[in-house]
Design a protein around this ligand. Structure first.
Ligand code: PEP
Ligand code: MG
Length: 539
């Protein structure tokens, strides 16, 4: 038996025959050519074919998965259409007399190594892999190499060194039991696609991929992160049982789709989802979330060189709002800083968690803040939108925000751009906000308690520091009192109150939250149905 440890991309247990997939490798030899015109034609034809193929992949992915995921392929198309790339390949052929395959390879490598060496920008660094993917595609076309993964009719565990996003997008999920790769990372585009397609997947197993494993029995345990080849009978039996338990519990939870989130005695609470992308909104919808309680918009701003434009933000907010319509979607304005570092704006801070983060950063950059507000207001015309603000500590901040909102509304009216009036809320995630929640309640339409930060600031324990026992203290009396005070003050002022920190999904506190009258729990998508199950089991 062979055992390899890996990282789980998509939870599940797959048992079945292994099929080794090896990427067809094009031959890259530098040859001096004389037929420049012919090589140029071979390159241009191959590039056109690659672009057509990518455009097809993009349409197919948009149909099968989402617009957002389809963008991976449009981005690849754009890389191929880069004038710099075209210029470099042409120069390799015309000036250096290299054959088309080698010319594409050289030009691709030069650009990829440029991307790979840009300092302190992991997003750009990852684009090097994209560049290699697209140039490989063109070279395969030049050499007429067929790169489609052909699967047998009986589903298999596909084992490879690594999978590209294109390869995963082209798979029919019903023919694949699991994807297992020797390399790869949980957040690569290929992994994101595997998750969206619901294919059980393990990456980074380090396994030496060899044809000798073809047709042998494999077990991809993407619950405990291991891959087994030819397990002994007893272990195989154990895995079958584990698989059955997993599938049964998933089926049982799926039965809860369409049911109410209420206790046996009929006490109700709204069960919302926390998301950070359009794809997650789709998953939330599939898991029957009653709305989005927290859309962490800062993920749109991270890992990129420039801020997303109003148009780009608008398109994403609109997509989320339309996905959930008519259910409510609460978009939280930018919460950069602290653990979501953004040194380009804040500079290096001694104590970033106590520094320019959340609303402080937005108020310091009014242009950026207004752009975001405009994008959210424009999206409000397409469904049920709420806006909330992170890291509030004072009434003055809320008053300033209100004035800025009025300005944005006035502008939109002047420009005849439609919007509705979104509900305005604040996060209660600092002890200060909880303690003045009686005053804040008069200024807003709802509260949402962020227990992650409320815990770190109340206990003076960094939520990032693994050495601190924050986890053991999450039920600390001080936090529960601040939550209770916030709920009381909200209700005195007749506004609803949600909890959107991790504590919302902590079933040990659910009964307590229901008892004190919390109106909404907003939890990670994966926790929705299991929390509903728990609530329905309570008296
Ligand atoms: C929180 O602090 O509880 C919260 C929901 O916000 P974030 O985790 O994004 O800081
Ligand atoms: Mg927070």
């Amino acid at each position: 038996m062979i055992t390899a440890k890996g990282q789980c991309v998509q939870k599940g247990i797959a048992i079945g025959k292994i099929l080794i997939y090896r990427k067809p490798k094009p031959r890259i030899l530098s040859e001096k050519i004389t037929d420049t015109e012919e090589q140029l034609r071979a390159y241009r034809d191959a590039k056109e074919e690659a672009i057509r193929e990518l455009s097809y992949m993009s349409e197919m992915t948009e149909d099968k998965i989402s617009k957002e995921q389809a963008m991976i392929f449009s981005a690849h198309m754009m890389l191929l259409q880069e004038p710099d790339f075209d210029h470099a390949v042409t120069e390799e052929i015309v000036q250096r007399h290299h054959n088309a395959s080698y010319a594409v390879y050289r030009a691709g490598e030069d650009l990829a190594s440029f991307f790979a060496t840009v300092k302190d920008n992991p997003y750009i660094n990852e684009r090097a892999a994209d560049f290699r993917d697209v140039t490989d595609r063109v070279i395969r076309k030049i050499q007429h190499i067929d790169d489609e993964i052909r699967l047998p009719s009986d589903p298999v565990i596909l084992l490879s060194d690594d999978f590209s996003a294109q390869e995963v997008a082209g798979l029919n999920p019903s023919q694949v039991l699991a994807l297992v790769s020797a390399k790869g990372s949980v957040n690569s585009h290929a992994s994101i696609l595997a998750r969206s397609l619901g294919i059980t997947a393990l990456v980074d197993t380090g396994i030496a991929v060899s044809e000798k494993y073809n047709d042998r029995t494999g077990v991809a345990d993407a619950i405990d992160g291991r891959f087994l080849i030819d397990p002994e009978e007893e272990l195989l039996q154990e895995m079958h049982e584990k698989q059955k338990i997993f599938l049964d519990s998933r089926k049982e939870l799926e039965q809860l789709i369409g049911t109410k989130t209420e206790t046996k005695s009929g006490k109700r609470v709204s069960l919302f989802a926390n998301i950070s992308s359009v794809l997650e909104a789709k998953m939330a919808q599939r898991s029957d979330a009653e709305g989005i309680g927290l859309f962490r918009s800062e993920y749109l701003f991270l890992n990129r060189q420039s801020d997303p434009s109003e148009e780009e933000q608008f398109r994403i907010y609109k997509a989320v709002v339309e996905t959930m319509n008519p259910k409510p979607v609460v978009i939280r304005t930018l919460d950069l800083g602290a653990d979501k570092q953004d040194q380009s704006r804040t500079g290096k801070e001694e104590n970033p968690a106590l520094g320019v983060r959340g609303i402080r950063l937005s108020l310091d950059h009014p242009g950026m803040f207004q752009t975001q507000l405009r994008a959210i207001f424009r999206a409000s015309a397409f469904g049920n939108v709420g806006i909330m603000f992170p890291m509030i500590v004072s009434k003055e901040e809320v008053e300033t925000i209100r004035t800025m909102i009025d300005d944005v509304k006035e502008e939109l009216v002047k420009e005849q751009i439609p919007f509705t009036d979104p509900k305005i809320g604040v996060m209660i995630e600092t002890p200060a906000a909880a303690l003045i929640s009686d005053e804040l309640a008069g200024l807003v339409d709802f509260f949402s308690i962020g227990t992650n930060d409320l815990t770190q600031y109340t206990l003076a324990m960094d939520r990032q520091n693994a050495a601190l026992p924050v986890r053991q203290n999450v039920h600390h009396e001080a936090i529960l009192r601040l939550i209770e005070l916030t709920v009381q003050n909200a209700h005195k002022n007749k506004i609803p109150v949600a909890i959107c920190g991790e504590l919302a999904a902590d079933s040990a506190l659910t009964s307590y939250f229901l008892k004190i009258g919390v109106d909404e729990l907003s939890v990670p998508v994966s926790a929705i149905l299991s929390l509903r199950k728990w609530i329905r089991s309570q008296d």
